[in-house]
Design a protein around this ligand. Structure first.
Ligand code: GLC
Length: 581
């Protein structure tokens, strides 16, 4: 039985492709001898162009968890610099650092108390400059996380703003009178639980915070705020930074009349009634502001804006590119992270929707980050092999049209390591929401470098979060030495992305549109066509059976896939990437 062969056949005929499948498994496994693993990836030919980001693999690093050079248990900038050669060998073009600015660390850096410095836990500005300089040597650009929506309550601006109602910094934040005694100005709830208003007894007014009370929202309607933030961007650009990932950018503005949100069914993880966040989220002014911000960015060659853009529909996402591609170059498509099951139809539909809507824009399909559970855990069906699923997901997101943003450790197939006891939880979300919400610690555990104590993250006696229990076998050193590892699959696919113009630049076309198990598509550019077959099911899927031959298929990468003469067979979760010649 070939459940999908007939429809694939039909599609190819429509595209006028007839070909013989050659048993030419080019052997990604065989070619990856250990000797060749340490060698650096050839430079990315796009890296000097203004559009470098389109063809890049951007690697998200959580600085607390990547490398701990001073052995105090918390990662640091020097620890990242030490590992640049590894990132280069994998083919990483840029790293996005989650916030490393001075911070009380209530939200682990997403509460910034000074935008123009480095938190002493992570090092100094000199360490940062060294990271930039060494990054240049390794062909790796640095992108910072810009927490634009709010500061820490320990930021000098906020401390000043609490002094009196007429302090010059009062209007840097959103201060309002309560509705009545002990009643906040309206019903808006914080994303992290409770009211989004906190009363300041000293001045008798409430301040607004979309996140924790320690994260007061900036007032972007105040031109002085805008100026400070734009100047901050320039300051980092001059230091060699290549762009910013804009944190929580969709909550930059709130309705000025403070209209109540409408209630919605059910309660959230913190027990508050749900509400439709119509008046505190995604307001049109966000786009006007982003257009202004883009003019700042465009004064520096090749600089980029990535957005943490949670949207409900691809049409909403498309708006973030701007009417003339003059807002964000890379609004992240988060809807993709919510599929959470290996459902070919669902992935196909979401990819198609983005392809249709981001006309002129360039997609950014995201599967994972520091806020959500590790992708292998979200996608591996019970009892299935996590490594196979890790390779399957990489086979997809690294071959789709668009920029790829990956999260540290995904290349090893790192698992989520949720805390098992409330007293061990570090993330306040988990402390507040336990046990319904265990927080985000599980996806932020130290990078697993080798089989030594603390997985090579440091040589100290402690780590800020426990190292994943599987580190003795799941680590960079072990996976480097194993030609069939998840890591070597990543290295191989990333190299393909660089070398193969159809994958790096080509258009996207779905094939076999109604197949329930296999996601199949082609990428085409300058006369080259690459076919990607991804078996999203645990069952074997027999593939095409074509006899006439004008074209041949050269396999570029295969895992759990075999090709014999006229037929390709995909095992459960198997991947085949092949060029149609
Ligand atoms: C973003 C960050 C998240 C943080 C929140 C508040 O969603 O990704 O980690 O907690 O903003 O800054």
């Amino acid at each position: 039985m070939r459940p999908y062969s007939s429809s694939i056949l039909r599609t190819y005929r429509l595209l006028s492709f007839t070909f013989v499948l050659l048993a030419a498994l080019s052997g990604y496994a065989q070619s990856s001898s250990v000797a060749d693993l340490g060698s650096a990836m050839p430079p990315n030919s796009y890296s000097a162009s203004a559009d470098w980001w389109k063809h890049a693999v951007i690697y998200e690093i959580y600085p607390r968890s990547f490398g701990d050079s001073n052995n105090d248990g918390t990662g640091d900038l020097a620890g990242i610099t030490e590992h640049l050669a590894y990132l280069q060998s994998m083919g990483i073009d840029a790293i996005w650092l989650t916030p490393m600015f001075p911070s009380p660390q209530v939200d682990f850096g997403y509460d910034v108390s000074d935008y123009r410095n480095v938190d002493p836990q992570y090092g100094t500005l000199a360490d940062f400059d060294r990271l930039v300089a060494e990054g240049n040597k390794h062909g790796i650009k640095i992108i910072l996380d810009f927490v634009v929506n709010h500061t820490s309550d320990q930021h000098e601006w906020f401390k000043a703003s609490t002094q009196s109602k007429n302090n010059p910094y009062r209007d840097f934040y959103i201060w309002r009178d309560g509705r009545a005694t002990n009643l906040p100005p309206n019903n808006w709830t914080s994303c992290f639980g409770g009211s989004s208003w906190t009363l300041d007894p000293k001045t008798g007014q409430y301040y607004y915070h979309y996140f924790y009370p320690q994260q007061p929202d900036l007032n972007w309607r105040n031109p002085k705020v805008e100026k400070e933030m734009f100047d901050t961007m320039r300051w980092w650009f001059k230091r060699g930074v290549y762009g910013f990932r804009l944190d929580a950018v969709d909550s930059l503005f709130e309705d000025q009349k403070l209209t109540d949100n409408q209630p919605a069914a059910g309660t959230d993880a913190y027990g508050d009634p749900n509400q439709n966040h119509l008046y505190d989220h995604n307001l049109p002014e966000v786009h006007t502001e982003l257009q202004k911000m883009r003019t700042v960015v465009d004064q520096y060659k090749g600089r980029v804006l990535i957005g943490e853009t949670w949207t409900n529909t691809p049409a909403e996402l498309a708006v973030y590119y701007g009417p003339h591609n003059n807002e964000l170059q890379m609004p992240m498509y988060f809807n993709f992270t919510t599929i959470n099951r290996l459902d070919a139809a669902m992935f196909r539909e979401k990819i198609e929707a983005v392809e249709q809507n981001s006309v002129g824009g360039w997609p950014v399909f995201v599967l994972s980050n520091h806020d959500i559970h590790r992708q292998v855990d979200r996608y591996t069906p019970p009892g299935a092999d996590k490594d196979k699923v890790a390779k399957l997901l990489a086979g997809m997101y690294l071959t789709l049209r668009g920029s790829a943003i990956m999260y540290y450790g995904e290349e090893l197939g790192m698992a989520n390591n949720d805390p098992t006891r409330r007293e061990d939880v570090k993330d306040v979300i988990g402390q507040k929401g336990w046990p319904t919400e265990k927080g985000r610690d599980g996806g932020r555990t130290p990078m697993q470098w080798d089989a030594t104590t603390n997985a090579g993250f440091n040589k100290g006696s402690t780590t800020w979060l426990p190292v994943g229990a599987d580190y003795p076998t799941r680590n960079v050193a072990a996976e480097m030495a194993d030609s069939s590892s998840v890591l070597n699959w990543y290295r191989h696919i990333i190299r393909l992305r660089r070398d193969n113009i159809a994958i790096s630049e080509g258009d996207y076309r779905t094939v076999d549109v109604s197949n329930p198990n296999v996601l199949a598509y082609t990428r085409n550019a300058k006369g080259k066509t690459v076919l990607v077959l991804l078996n999203l099911s645990a069952e074997n899927q027999d593939a095409v059976s074509l006899t006439s031959s004008l074209h041949k298929l050269s396999v570029l990468a295969a895992t759990g896939a075999t090709v014999e003469q006229t037929q390709a067979n995909l095992q459960g979760f198997g991947v085949l990437i092949a060029e149609i010649n």
